[in-house]
Design a protein around this ligand. Structure first.
Ligand code: ZN
Length: 70
């Protein structure tokens, strides 16, 4: 089963806003009940965000590791 991460553990404000309306469940990182997203969904969203940042050049691309808590 895929890990879930809550909006509070995601350090990126764009992604926090994006997933703020997700279903509430227990976060696998902080164990709080908050809107969560699976890591698969998060990576998909990151890939889209990175592609968008290349396309529009509004933000420099960032590495995944700074967005996903360890
Ligand atoms: Zn959390």
């Amino acid at each position: 089963m895929s890990k879930q991460v809550c909006v509070d553990c995601i350090t990126d404000s764009y992604l926090q806003t994006n997933f703020a309306d997700n279903d509430v469940d227990e976060c696998d990182y902080c164990n709080e009940e908050r809107p969560v997203v699976t890591l698969e969904e998060l990576v998909e969203e990151l890939e889209e965000a990175i592609q968008a940042s290349f396309t529009y050049a509004e933000q420099p691309p960032r590495s995944y590791s700074s967005w996903i808590p360890t």
